[in-house]
Design a binder for this molecule. Structure first.
Ligand SMILES: [Zn+2]
Length: 366
């Protein structure tokens, strides 16, 4: 169709790589009319869960002969992230206004989505202080009650859904959201995505059909890093050969775009684990002290998030090796980090929290 229809049609999401089996399964259930209305895509961070959900949206909204055709107006709108029946939300910084109106929320997402589209759909993981706040949930509920704008269906994607923030006095919105998940309107599909499905409220988990999104095989990651748009983005500020990039992605292409703040958080998290498992006492104090009081709370909460990820990987790895003791130790230490996260929301200094955490991890991990 005409390229003038939307100002964003000259930008488009980079192709989805991998997940062929899953795509086929999803397409089959769409064809059979058995696709559940409320889904949860879960799997490792950076594996392409939100991209897969966008692919599913394109598949559902396509008006072409062999969907997703990539040629029809719907497909092009989805690829440009401007389809009015596709609603994609993800963690955002907290609004200055504690109770923003729905228009403010929509403007914020329109802008953030346009940013993602202009980068081909490559984005870094949200920082620890970003969340999906109650105003966003209200906006979703309102949109879901309306008829589709141009298509016959509407699709809602809630990325990093475990970041939905329960807020005081927002019980009505929370209940309305649960009801929406349980009985969406007939023309509505909702896809939540999460790399920490265990952190989702049980009331949410019980209302969605979980679909595990696996790691992407190296062959597909190789094709991804060779994609001219991906290559251009990676060449801009990173070195490394294609083979090194495939290795660094380790089956999760999104890891290559996890951003500097995430790399810092991962490094800080590694230091904490090293301090807990090492035998040098001074390391423990150093790890605690490196969480400077001046360092933003956001950065500390990113570090704790990264720690949960690393320990989670450790637990899965141990399970894989049938090392039950190590798996139990790792999951026990995840609990310790979760308690630290709770403490971090209070008025306790990051150093004190880290010092206690290192002691607890030393007791469980060694
Ligand atoms: Zn199409």
């Amino acid at each position: 169709m005409e390229r003038s229809v939307s100002p964003y049609l000259d930008v488009a999401l980079i192709d989805l790589y991998g997940h062929q089996t899953l795509r086929q399964r999803l397409a089959e259930s769409v064809n059979a009319g058995t696709l559940p209305s409320s889904l949860l895509f879960h799997g490792p961070r950076g594996v392409g869960k939100q991209r897969l959900a966008l692919w599913l949206a394109q598949r559902l909204l396509c008006a072409g002969q062999s969907p997703p055709c990539g040629e029809c107006t719907s497909c092009r709108y989805v690829r440009a992230l401007t389809h009015p029946d596709l609603h994609w939300v993800f963690p955002r910084p907290r609004f200055r206004d504690s109770d923003p109106d729905l228009e403010q929320v929509r403007d914020d997402y329109a802008e953030a989505t346009a940013d993602r589209a202009s980068a081909g759909g490559l984005y870094s993981a949200p920082s620890g202080s970003e969340g999906i706040f109650v105003a966003t949930v209200r906006s979703l509920i309102q949109r879901a009650s309306m008829s589709p704008a141009i298509g016959s269906r509407k699709i809602f994607i809630v990325g990093d859904a475990e970041r939905m923030v329960p807020q005081e006095g927002a019980d009505m919105a929370a209940n309305a959201f649960l009801k929406l998940l349980e009985e969406p309107p007939a023309d509505t599909t909702i896809v939540l995505t999460s790399s920490e499905p265990g952190a989702l409220l049980p009331t949410i988990r019980s209302r969605v059909i979980a679909v595990r999104v696996p790691l992407v095989p190296d062959e597909e990651v190789k094709a991804f890093v060779a994609d001219p748009l991906v290559k251009a983005a990676l060449d801009k500020d990173r070195r490394g050969t294609a083979a090194e990039r495939v290795r660094a992605a380790a089956g999760a292409p999104g890891r290559l775009f996890s951003g500097e703040s995430n790399a810092r958080a991962t490094l800080a998290a590694r230091k904490i684990i090293d301090a807990a498992t090492g035998d040098k006492r001074w390391q423990r104090y150093a790890a605690a002290l490196s969480q400077g009081a001046a360092s933003a709370r956001g950065a500390f909460s990113d570090t704790l998030d990264a720690l949960v990820d690393l320990l989670g990987e450790r637990a899965r790895d141990a399970l894989h090796r049938h090392d039950d003791a190590a798996a139990a130790a790792a999951s026990k230490s995840v609990d310790a980090v979760l308690r630290a996260q709770t403490r971090a929301t209070g008025n306790v200094s990051p150093q004190l929290i880290t010092a206690k955490l290192v002691r607890e991890l030393a007791a469980t991990l060694r």
